[in-house]
Structure formats: structure tokens, C-alpha cells
Ligand binder design. Structure first.
Ligand SMILES: NC(=O)c1ccc[n+]([C@@H]2O[C@H](COP(=O)([O-])OP(=O)(O)OC[C@H]3O[C@@H](n4cnc5c(N)ncnc54)[C@H](OP(=O)(O)O)[C@@H]3O)[C@@H](O)[C@H]2O)c1
Length: 318
């Protein structure tokens, strides 16, 4: 029965001229990895958790890539604990830089392409408007430096690649700002949220939808398509603005969905500064990324961040 369904799907894909690719997907328990594993259904995906492929074990990377021989490696795995990275730089660089270099080297050996995820934190955040891919990189924390070194490692290997820089990723899956706000708002009268950092909250679901389209449009043998692309939901806000919109959208669905009422009222989300809320790692004040390049090259534009949030709200199970 399942095989029959699989055959019919493959036939439809061939009729629609969509190419089925063999994809090695890392970090499948992360926000983006999980979303990709549910959306790449037209392809033959080998999705691996950290337990199945620990990226700090370089010989395991070499063995797994050599055995699977994918057409494309997609690497959303990363050391993403931004504050902890300040006191654990070795592990952070091992996952975000060294492992990325080895993934790229192994991909190059078998003529595979690499789609890798990077971050707005490669920038210092002192530009007035949105950063383009041509702007000067100058990370201000260990995590950002390790991700930038990962980008450079890919470029130095010189294989067909797409590096997607995203920002402020959240999802109904995993741990993130969106879920933290909803959890705290159930028990606290008021919340203090930073209002002097600007960026685009980006849903892992929208990112995964975008990658599915990218795979259909990317021809790895066209060298000009390789490069760095900014890839976020459209628009901008602050963490404070994002928190307000989360409560706003939650409240509009709450009664109809039978969700518990929130204790925090919208007017009790208090705007504070980064200085009021010191953390181990500095964050860029401006995290806005200009997404024109990916639209121009691949005709892909992710929805607005508010629309992205609406989609995530639909998948929220309380
Ligand atoms: N989150 C953001 O706001 C944000 C913003 C911009 C860019 N990015 C980048 O976008 C990508 C995806 O982010 P995300 O939010 O989906 O991250 P995430 O939810 O933190 O997931 C990261 C994944 O990497 C895995 N991982 C960590 N160390 C590993 C290792 N040694 N070997 C194998 N896997 C390992 C984790 O495994 P476990 O599940 O076992 O922990 C997890 O599944 C990352 O490259 C990140 O740097 C993230």
C-alpha cells in the first residue's frame, strides 16, 4: 500500500519534471532540521539526529557521507547556544566551523552540493538599514565568529553551495523565544522585553518551505548560483514588538481554540534595553537582513513575519 503510494508520487514528480534528489539532512531534532524533515517529502531524505551523526566526530562525518553518497547535504545542525558559546568556544567552533569544513570537503569529493545555514550575527549591527550580502562582516560574539568561519570554510573548499543567513528563528517545535513568551505569559503579570534590537523573526516552517522551492530552482552545476543569501521572513520588529504580536495573535484565537487565558496583559509587556538585561554574549542592535538577492536569483520571497507567526499559531498544540 505504502509502496504503491510512493510509486504514484514518484511518477507524478517525474511527470511534473521535478527531480528527486538524495539528500543527507543533519540536526533533524533542531527547529529547521525538523521542519525540513516534514517538508522534503518529494526527495529521498536521509535525516540524521546528533546521536546518529555527531558532527564533532570528523571520521564519522567522512564515513557517513562516503556511505550515503548524497546529491546534496543540507546542514541546519549547529551549536546555537549563543551565551554558552562565550565560555565553550572550542565546542562551538568544532560544530560551527571544523565540522562544516569537513562536510564541505566530503561533499566536494563526491560532487555533491551543500546547503548550509548561517546567521545575522556575522554582522556587528551598527549599520542604519538592512544588511546586504555585500556588507562588511564583523561579528561581536563567539557564536557569530564561529558561524562566519564556517562560511569561509565552505568558500575555501569551493564546491557548489548555498549559504542561507537567517535570523531570530522560532517554531512550535523546540525551545525558542515564541514558546518562552507563551510559557511565561501563562504565569506572570508582566514581562520585560528588550526593545533596542531590530530584526525579522523567522519561522522554521517558512524557511523549510523556502528551501523546498530553492531545491527545485537550484542547479548546482551553475557556479553563479553558489553563494551567500539572506533568507528571513519579510519585515522587521524588535523582540518587544514580536512578544506583543505573539500575545495579540494568541488572544485572538484563545477562546475559539479553548487555550488557557494568559495572565500577562498586552499593556504589561514592558520595553527594556539590552543594558537592562545583560547577557554573556553581546547581540547586534541591527539584525535586519535584505532579502533581495534570493528573490532575484531564485524568485523566492518568504512571507511577512506576521504571516509566518500566524502559520505557527495554527500548529500550536497546548
Ligand atoms: N535559532 C536562531 O535564532 C538562528 C538564527 C540564525 C541562524 N541560525 C542558524 O540556523 C541553523 C538552524 O537553527 P535552529 O534554530 O534550527 O537550531 P536548533 O534548533 O538549535 O538546532 C540545532 C541542531 O543542531 C544539533 N547539533 C548540535 N550539536 C551537534 C553536533 N555536535 N552534532 C550533530 N548535531 C548537533 C542539535 O542537536 P540536539 O537536538 O541533539 O541538540 C539540534 O538538532 C543553525 O545553523 C543556526 O546556527 C539560527
Amino acid at each position: 500500500m505504502l509502496w504503491d503510494l510512493h510509486c504514484r508520487l514518484q511518477k507524478r514528480l517525474i511527470n511534473n519534471n521535478l527531480q528527486v534528489k538524495k539528500i543527507l539532512l543533519t540536526g533533524v531534532n533542531g527547529q529547521v532540521g525538523h521542519a525540513l524533515s516534514t517538508k522534503l517529502i518529494q526527495h529521498n531524505v536521509i535525516a540524521l539526529t546528533r546521536a546518529q551523526l555527531d558532527l564533532t566526530k570528523l571520521d564519522d562525518i567522512r564515513r557517513v557521507v562516503g556511505e550515503i553518497k548524497p546529491d546534496i547535504i543540507i546542514n541546519p545542525a549547529g551549536y546555537t547556544a549563543v551565551d554558552q558559546a562565550e565560555s565553550a568556544p572550542e565546542l562551538c567552533y568544532a560544530v560551527n566551523t571544523t565540522a562544516v569544513r569537513v562536510l564541505a570537503e566530503e561533499a566536494a569529493k563526491i560532487n555533491a552540493g551543500l546547503i548550509h545555514f548561517s546567521t545575522d550575527y556575522v554582522f556587528a549591527g551598527d549599520k542604519q538599514n538592512a544588511y546586504t550580502e555585500d556588507d562588511l562582516v564583523d561579528p561581536i560574539n563567539v557564536y557569530g565568529k564561529s558561524k562566519l568561519a564556517g562560511e569561509k570554510a565552505i568558500l575555501s573548499v569551493g564546491l557548489p553551495h548555498i549559504i542561507l543567513r537567517s535570523s531570530w528563528i522560532y517554531s512550535s517545535y523546540g525551545n525558542n523565544f515564541f514558546k518562552t513568551i507563551l510559557r511565561l505569559a501563562q504565569t506572570q503579570e508582566s514581562l520585560q522585553i528588550v526593545a533596542d534590537q531590530r530584526g525579522a523573526p523567522s519561522s522554521s516552517h517558512c524557511i523549510a518551505d523556502g528551501v523546498v522551492r530553492l531545491l527545485n530552482n537550484w542547479q548546482p552545476n551553475q557556479q553563479a548560483q553558489s553563494g551567500v543569501y539572506h533568507f528571513t521572513n519579510i519585515g522587521e520588529t524588535t523582540w518587544h514588538g514580536f512578544a506583543c504580536e505573539i500575545l495579540n495573535q494568541y488572544n485572538s484565537l484563545q477562546a475559539q481554540r479553548n487555550w488557557p487565558a494568559l495572565k500577562t496583559k498586552l499593556e504589561n509587556i514592558v520595553a527594556v534595553t539590552s543594558a537592562d538585561y545583560p547577557r554573556a554574549a553581546h547581540r547586534p542592535a541591527n539584525s535586519r537582513l535584505d532579502n533581495h538577492k534570493v528573490k532575484q536569483q531564485f524568485n523566492i520571497e518568504l512571507p511577512s513575519w506576521q504571516q509566518g507567526l500566524q502559520q505557527v499559531m495554527q500548529t500550536l498544540a497546548l
